[in-house]
Ligand binder design. Structure first.
Ligand code: NAP
Length: 405
C-alpha cells in the first residue's frame, strides 16, 4: 500500500545525545576549535538507540510474504532477522499492537503492487514506542515516545518507519490503531463522496467491522438514519450501542426484503464493502439521486481473481432511472484530507464522542491474539466474519517490554 504522510509533531523534543556528540557541550566554544567532521554519518543512528533502557535484542521475528497467494497462511512465513537500524530520518519502533486489514490478503497476493516480488514484508499499521532514531528524526521524537504509523512491514516485533510517516499518540493504546486506516477511510469517504444531508438514510455493509463501525457513527453524527448489515445478533447489539438505527443480521433476515419493506423510497447513501451479490442488492435499493460508495469487495478477496462475480449489465439503466451514482474510494488518493481527518477523530475520541472498538479475539478458544504468530489466526478470524470492531494483535505484551517508559 502506498505510504501516507502522517501527522508529525511540530517543534517536539530532541533525543538526549551521547556525551561528546552532536549538540551537547558545543554551544559555549568558539567556532573552529574542533576539527570539522560530518554531522550525519552512518554510525550516528547507533547513538540514538536506547540499548540500556529498552534492551533491544539483536534479532527479532517478522512476517514475510514468500509466495504470492490470497491465502495468508500459504503466502506468509515467519522469519528471524537482525533488528534493523534506523537511518537519519527514521524511527525504530517496538510494535506493541498491529492492525489487521481485509487487504492484508490482497497485499500477500501481490494485487497492490504487481512489480513487488517476494520476499517482501507484510502488515500495514502499528502502534508502539520509539526505541531508536536517527539524528534528524530526533527533532520531533525521542526514545520512549508513543507513535502510530501506516506503512509497510508492520507485522514485525520492530519496524523502521520514516518519522514523517508516523503520528505521535498520547499512549500506546490499540484504539489509536483503529483510526489510521479504518477510521480515516470512513471519515474521508463519507465527507468527500457521501454528500450527506441531515435526515437522509445511510446503509453500511459489514457495519460492525473495522471501518464499518466508523461509517455508522459518522453518518449518525451527520443526522442520518443509519442501517447496518452484519452476521450475528451480538454484532447487531454492538451496532445498536453505537447509534445504528436499524441493524440487519443478514444470517437471520433477507436484507433486500427488509430494505424494500422498511425503506420503500430507497437508500440515499450506501457505504459498501462486501461486493458481489451484496453490491447488486445495494444498487437495486438506491433512492433517486442515491450515492453508492464502493469501499471494497471483501467477498471476492479469497478467490484467485480477487473480484466477486457481479451482474452489472443493467447498471447504467438503473443509475439513469434514479439519477443515482456509484463512486469508488481508495484512501491513498485522498492524502490531502488525511491530516484533518486524523486530528478530528483523535479529538472526538478524547472527548468520548467516538467508539473505537477493538477486537483482540478475547473469546477465541485458543485465546487472545498475542504474539506475532497470532496474526495468522487473526486474519482467519476476520475472514470467518467473527470480529466485532477492528481486529488487532498484541505483538509485545506490556510485561515483555523491558522499557521503564
Ligand atoms: N477503499 C479503501 O481505501 C479501504 C480502506 C480500508 C478498508 N477497505 C475495505 O473495507 C472493507 C472492510 O475492511 P476491514 O479491514 O475494515 O474489515 P472488517 O470490516 O473489520 O472485517 C471484515 C468483515 O467483512 C465481513 N466478511 C468477512 N469475510 C467475508 C466474506 N468472505 N464475504 C462477505 N463478507 C465477509 C464480515 O462481517 P459480517 O460477517 O458481519 O458481514 C467481517 O467481519 C473491505 O472491503 C476493505 O477492503 C477499503
Amino acid at each position: 500500500m502506498p505510504s501516507l504522510p502522517l501527522l508529525v509533531r511540530q517543534g517536539g523534543r530532541a533525543a538526549a545525545l551521547a556525551p561528546g556528540r552532536g549538540r551537547s557541550g558545543t554551544g559555549a566554544r568558539p567556532a573552529g576549535v574542533y576539527p570539522t567532521r560530518s554531522i550525519i554519518d552512518t554510525s550516528y543512528s547507533a547513538h540514538f538507540m536506547d540499548f540500556k533502557r529498552s534492551s533491544i535484542p539483536s534479532s527479532m521475528q517478522k512476517l514475510v510474504v514468500t509466495k504470492l497467494s490470497p491465502s495468508f497462511r500459504e503466502a506468509v512465513s515467519v522469519r528471524t532477522v537482525p533488528v534493523p537500524t534506523p537511518g537519519d530520518a527514521e524511527l525504530l519502533i517496538r510494535n506493541r499492537f498491529v492492525g489487521i486489514n481485509a487487504s492484508d490478503i490482497n497485499y500477500s497476493a501481490g494485487r497492490y503492487d504487481p512489480s513487488l516480488k517476494p520476499p517482501f514484508d507484510a502488515g500495514f499499521e502499528g502502534v508502539g514506542e520509539v526505541v531508536g532514531l536517527g539524528l534528524s528524526a530526533s527533532s520531533r521524537y525521542t526514545v520512549g515516545d508513543s507513535v502510530a504509523y501506516f506503512g509497510s512491514g508492520a507485522f514485525a516485533e520492530y519496524t523502521v518507519v520514516p518519522a514523517k510517516e508516523t503520528v505521535p499518540v498520547p499512549s500506546v493504546k490499540p484504539e489509536f490503531l483503529t483510526l489510521l486506516v479504518s477510521g480515516a477511510t470512513a471519515y474521508i469517504a463519507l465527507k468527500r463522496l457521501g454528500d450527506l444531508t441531515k435526515g437522509e438514510t445511510v446503509l453500511v455493509t459489514a457495519a460492525a467491522g473495522g471501518t464499518g463501525q466508523f461509517a455508522v457513527q459518522f453518518a449518525k453524527r451527520a443526522g442520518c438514519h443509519t442501517i447496518g448489515t452484519c452476521s450475528s445478533n451480538e454484532k447487531a447489539g454492538f451496532l445498536k450501542s453505537i447509534g445504528c438505527d436499524r441493524p440487519i443480521n443478514h444470517t437471520a433476515e433477507d436484507v433486500s426484503k427488509t430494505l424494500r419493506n422498511e425503506f420503500p423510497q430507497g437508500i440515499d447513501v450506501i457505504y459498501e464493502s462486501v461486493g458481489g451479490s451484496t453490491l447488486e442488492l445495494a444498487v437495486n435499493n438506491l433512492a433517486n439521486k442515491g450515492r453508492l460508495i464502493v469501499i471494497g469487495f471483501i467477498s471476492g478477496y479469497q478467490s484467485a481473481s480477487g473480484i466477486p462475480p457481479f451482474r452489472g449489465a443493467t447498471l447504467p439503466v438503473k443509475l439513469l432511472q434514479k439519477s443515482a451514482s456509484v463512486r469508488g474510494f481508495f484512501l491513498p488518493h485522498f492524502l490531502g484530507d488525511y491530516r484533518e481527518a486524523l486530528s478530528s477523530m483523535m479529538q472526538m475520541f478524547a472527548k468520548g464522542e467516538l467508539v473505537c472498538k477493538v477486537d483482540c479475539g478475547e473469546t477465541e478458544p485458543e485465546g487472545r491474539f498475542v504474539g506475532l504468530e497470532s496474526v495468522f489466526r487473526a486474519v482467519d478470524y476476520m475472514y470467518a466474519g467473527k470480529n466485532v470492531g477492528k481486529v488487532v494483535v498484541e505483538v509485545t505484551p506490556a510485561g515483555v517490554s523491558n522499557s521503564k517508559l
